[in-house]
Design a protein. Structure first.
Length: 90
């Protein structure tokens, strides 16, 4: 457990480009397709945050990670993340 104030959480994405991924960019929380649920505690006492993307687009494909920053975490860290692949269905 981390003590000494809240953990700062930032959702980032590394967008998929041809044969690579771009550096991290903050997920734009002002986008009305994006919802970030606050802290949820599991039965095991694990803190979870949820990122929800609605009406995904082809350019939303990429690696989505949670960046955790706190004075007790050194260095700050990224979660493993999830890769979202959006396909064009014809």
């Amino acid at each position: 457990m981390v003590t000494g104030g809240p953990v700062q959480i930032t959702w980032v994405t590394r967008l998929h480009i041809v044969n690579s991924t771009a550096g991290p960019q903050r997920v734009d929380r002002r986008d009305n397709r994006v919802t970030v649920n606050g802290v949820n505690w599991t039965a095991a006492g694990v803190m979870c945050h949820t990122l929800i993307l609605r009406e995904v687009r082809l350019n939303d494909s990429g690696l989505y990670q949670c960046f955790l920053n706190h004075s007790a975490l050194w260095p700050s860290l990224y979660t493993h993340g999830t890769f979202l692949q959006v396909y064009n269905h014809l």
